[in-house]
Write a protein that binds this ligand. Sequence first.
Ligand SMILES: [Mg+2]
Length: 394
Amino acid sequence: MALPKIKYVRAFTATGGGADYHDQTGAHWIDDHIATPMSRYPEYRESRRSFGINVLGTLVVEIEADDGTIGFAVTTGGEPACYIVEKHLARFLEGRNPADYEKIWDQMYFSTQYYGRKGLVVNAISGVDLALWDLLGKLRGEPVHQLLGGPVRDELQFYATGARPDVAKELGFIGGKMPLHHGPAEGLEGLHKNVAMLADMRAKVGDDFWLMYDCWMALDVDYATRLAIACHEHGLKWLEEAISPDDYWGYAELKRNVPKGMLVTTGEHEATRWGFRMLLEMDCCDIIQPDVGWCGGVTELLKISALADAKGKMVVPHGSSVYSYHFVITRHNSPFAEFLMMHPGPTEVVPMFAPQLLGEPVPVNGRIKASQLDKPGFGVELNRDVPLNRPYTH
Ligand SMILES: [Mg+2]
């Protein structure tokens, strides 16, 4: 049966949380002296907003079909991504069949390859791809997870990312991942503080609760190795994104260096099957963590996930809310998922992309039932109370 064709593609920006979850105001654990590659400069050490982590804002892509059905998605990329979507990518969708996601993805990627390949351009491609899957689900009256083969489990199980794993444990999560606060520029004193914070949290949560550290690309191999060894006795489950995503050789070395039983994870700033092939073939990590809104969207994640599955590696997507939930529930090599605690404390569960989406499911007792995802497309709507700006048209 023929589907209505794609009529319009539109791209908007929004600010104040949402998909650009770093775009917060006021005191928030997500911007509280977190170690970053910019921490070597004292003037950018206190706050990630100080070096511009929230400068792009959210990208909202809408794809409207001939019959008026609208699919949409949100990711990061803001105004420059709007330009790419409107002026470049839209031509590969308008007038086409929304079921042709393979050809559309291929044309979006290879037409931008001369200035794209990773980062902003692939964020924009991801946003379009996710909006296309949302539209396809709405046109077929099926949730995206059904289009991907259907759930392999009855529920999703989550670990929580935030400054309060002790609270996350009480809320029913299976683990807690904390941001690392001190980088190599803060010397041995900073290293001791990092270890002490883990030890303190271990004392609060007991032996069996997972604790992890997210290093947001801030370290070097030597520092990461010493941190891993010092954290081993406090039961650190994994060390995440310890060094630059470009340093595949460093990740391979780090993975050889960490104590047996500790996992090395990375990939939230990696993109496409080719980027993840490097991580997998060079044996850089134990778990890959693609962000569904940054790695190329669902169309590309299917390929990344298949590669990882054949290598016996887990795929545990970074954040990405419903875009991750609909994928993870369909894959055995994605046995659990991440939940970003976006409450400033964080002492309560709030929707990850609040206030941008309506109907965004949240974990209860650390879990979301597959049946909560049984709505067409990704099952969420745009909150029209959040102002949208369309900076370009075509
Ligand atoms: Mg991370």
